[in-house]
Design a protein around this ligand. Structure first.
Ligand code: APR
Ligand code: ZN
Length: 369
């Protein structure tokens, strides 16, 4: 168990535009409290695209991907709750588990998180290039690698009846969307909702809104094709985005929605969000914009109409609690998660999958190993 193994991974080096290279790397054995996972599926997520399009900085070279599901293959010393052969979903926001936020049920607010900097909790990495340089797992997962090492608490056991491709999405886009609805917005049955952006995250929000009993559920995107996908997972109405959006939403919701979600990460649509709400409504920012930008909001409208802005990081998830809940809702047929996957591709096709995302073509590509 002390041996490194050779793995194949999609690596971003930052010296060849937005292209990733699929290359062999060395992965060290799991240390105390860590597990090695044979990755079976890795989702292609918008957050990876932010990095490889140069919008967010991460340590390089980076092993890309952060939505992973697979099988526990080796366990380090001191791991008690996982066994070889367990099916697991990986959490990318790996909180410290000890601080006031973590023990108070808000691990997403942990201030000791290292995973955001692509580091394991001890500040190091288990990957290196064949030249001996450190390679850094994006968000401490590095899902686009056929094997990964993560802390045991980041590997959440999942019912084996959940297919790996669906399970991988629960680790990020689906979990984020579900959590934004249930944990952040606390949507209750009968509330009206608008979701701006019907990509992987937006569709996950819509399917969770249907589960929560929201009505009507209005999806907003830029193509009819995306609106059709949104209807398939639970949207009751679809609108093409644009300047008239607030009027159209007001007409559908008798004056404005109870809750609105931005699931793109664009400043323009984030600024539009409060205007889609009725007085007392909640605007939930789920999409993550490029670094260093500012918002312009109507201050009087926010105060006078008592509107709330809610920032949503990882859907306020408590992974060990929420991943099994999402999996159970999938298995009972209440969450149509198969419909969120538009294509399954090999690791070698990773650049094509990101190109398709940039063209706005595919809902969710999943890399299968
Ligand atoms: N108005 C409406 N919809 C738009 C607009 C616009 N101006 N611009 C883009 N969109 C739509 C796209 O057509 C696409 O369907 O937004 C959707 C974005 O989806 P994806 O590219 O699939 O991204 P996704 O993986 O869903 O992530 C969205 O959430 O977690 C974050 O980092 C992630 O910031 C990213 C966001
Ligand atoms: Zn993601």
């Amino acid at each position: 168990m002390t041996q490194s193994i050779e793995v194949h991974a999609a690596v971003y080096r930052g010296d060849n535009g937005d292209r990733l290279t699929v290359e062999p790397l060395l992965l060290a054995a799991p240390e105390h409290g860590e597990v090695r996972i044979a990755v079976r599926a890795a989702g292609v997520c918008g957050s990876d695209r932010h990095v490889i399009d140069g919008e967010w900085n991460v340590p390089l070279p980076a092993v890309m991907g952060h939505e992973a599901a697979g099988v526990v293959e080796a366990i380090g010393a001191g791991v008690r709750e996982l066994a070889v052969g367990d099916h697991v979903i990986v959490a990318w926001h790996q909180a410290c588990q000890r601080c006031a936020e973590c023990t108070g049920g808000k691990p997403w607010a942990c201030m000791r998180v290292k995973s955001n900097d692509s580091q394991l909790p001890d500040g190091t990495t288990r990957w290196q290039t064949l030249d001996g340089d450190a390679a850094w797992p994006y968000l401490a997962v590095g899902a686009m690698s056929d094997h990964i090492v993560v802390p045991d608490f980041a590997a959440i056991k999942v019912d084996e009846r959940v297919p790996f491709d669906v399970a991988s999405l629960i680790g990020c886009s689906v979990g984020t969307g579900y959590g934004a609805v249930v944990n952040n917005a606390k949507v209750v049955a009968g509330e009206s909702a608008v979701v701006v952006g019907a990509g992987g995250v937006g569709l996950s929000i819509i399917s969770a809104l249907r589960l929560a009993g929201a009505n009507p559920i209005t999806a907003v995107d830029v193509t009819e094709e995306k609106l059709e996908e949104a209807r398939r997972v639970g949207a009751t109405h679809g609108l093409l985005g644009g300047a008239e959006l607030a009027e159209s939403v007001a007409a559908l919701t008798a004056g404005g929605a109870d809750v609105a979600f931005e699931a793109i990460g664009r400043i323009g649509t984030m600024e539009q969000l409060p205007g889609l709400l009725r007085p007392g409504g909640r605007a939930v920012f789920v999409g993550l914009p490029p670094e260093g930008l500012e918002l312009r909001l109507d201050a009087l409208q926010l105060a006078y109409d008592g509107k709330t802005i809610i920032g949503s990081n990882y859907g306020g998830l408590v992974p060990a609690r929420d991943f099994p809940r999402v999996a159970a809702a999938y298995l009972s047929g209440e969450l149509p998660l198969d419909d969120l996957i538009s294509s399954r591709v090999a690791l070698e096709q990773v650049n094509d999958a990101f190109d398709a995302m940039r063209r706005g073509e595919r809902t969710r590509s999943v890399i299968v190993f």
